[in-house]
Design a protein around this ligand. Sequence first.
Ligand code: NAP
Length: 400
Amino acid sequence: MSFIARSAFRQAARAAAVAAPARSFSALARSAAISHVPRAAAFKAASSQTRTIKTINFGGTEETVYERSDYPPAKLQETFKNDTLAVLGYGPQGRGQALNLRDNKLNVIIGCRKGASWDKAVSEGWVPGKDLFEINEACDKGTVIMNLLSDAAQSKLWSEIKPYLTKGKTLYFSHGFSVVYADDTGVIPPKDIDVVLVAPKGSGTTVRNLFLEGRGINGSVAVYQDYSGKAMERAVALGVGVGTGYLYETTFKKEVFSDLYGERGVLMGAIQGLFVAQYEVLRAKGHSPSEAFNETVEEATQSLYPLIGANGMDWMYANCSTTAQRGALDWWKKFHDASRPVFEELYASVEDGTETRRSLTKNSASNYRSELEKELAEIADHEMWRTGIAVRKLRPENQK
Ligand SMILES: NC(=O)c1ccc[n+]([C@@H]2O[C@H](COP(=O)([O-])OP(=O)(O)OC[C@H]3O[C@@H](n4cnc5c(N)ncnc54)[C@H](OP(=O)(O)O)[C@@H]3O)[C@@H](O)[C@H]2O)c1
């Protein structure tokens, strides 16, 4: 463990003793300025109760947040007592959301093609002809069509799904992709249905696991088309039904722009680029693979990032050695200035649909799988990630 990490841990222990609480969302929500705003007209429950929403001050900006305590299971069952929720696809999201809806005792059915997803659904208790159907049959039976096919399949199968979207039904997505980039996907919903979005902020496996632990994942909620006049109310209820805890209000466009931007940026694309660049310079200057990896990836993911996640970057800067602190304060703006133009270019590429077109073309190509494997192998074969395999084995938790 390097100087900065030792120092961080020492000071973390000290700071914990003087109460530097990890800012979980619930703690944040409790401490932030929360106001309860009745929205009688726009947000009435099926029982005619007036519902409340919360306005939370996030760093100076007021935002609307819905929470699952507004929808206990009995309320969900009442809201959807006349509905059949048809979940299309049994990938990570379809599986996680459908199992949570079933455990919430809602009337849910699955629609998927025969193959891996179908077999998985059968193995988890869905019964063909009872609550597991081919996609067109599920669309016919469903009043809420929850389109959790892969984004490429949503576009490919749109002409088969659309005829079943009859007046008064609800079309649900977990990504704004298909609707926002309609010029490229062809997904243009009929005008006489509700179109809503609930996007859990994590994989379907996490959606399921947190639900089983009695907690809810955070999610985004949006309405694209409100035909019934109750689209937001029903979207929030669906969000709670599929297992979210807090729902942040957004739009389809903002959801998809931020999602495509983030995963290409700091979540995966930018971080891999930074890791490799830092590692390469260390190796070129004669540092060993283990030293270069430890200073680049291991210390970041195992020590600093969890602390930053728990306490914020200001806390991290305040709780490291003065040497590390001086250097990080001097250098962060240089990295900012160098990367800002790349982020601008990335956002423009998301905004004008370039990223979507590339994704649709690449992901529906017949050689998709073999090309992907080549690109993943290039990352896996890089000395840095091969070094990572050896380093991870030496972690205390991986030793017998
Ligand atoms: N993964 C995440 O972290 C995440 C988070 C939030 C939102 N979302 C969104 O949730 C939605 C579903 O994501 P996912 O990760 O669960 O999707 P996925 O794994 O990419 O695919 C889900 C389903 O699509 C089916 N499918 C693919 N091509 C098909 C075709 N040509 N015909 C019929 N079925 C086909 C798959 O069936 P087979 O098994 O038969 O191929 C599978 O059941 C997407 O809109 C995604 O953007 C994902």
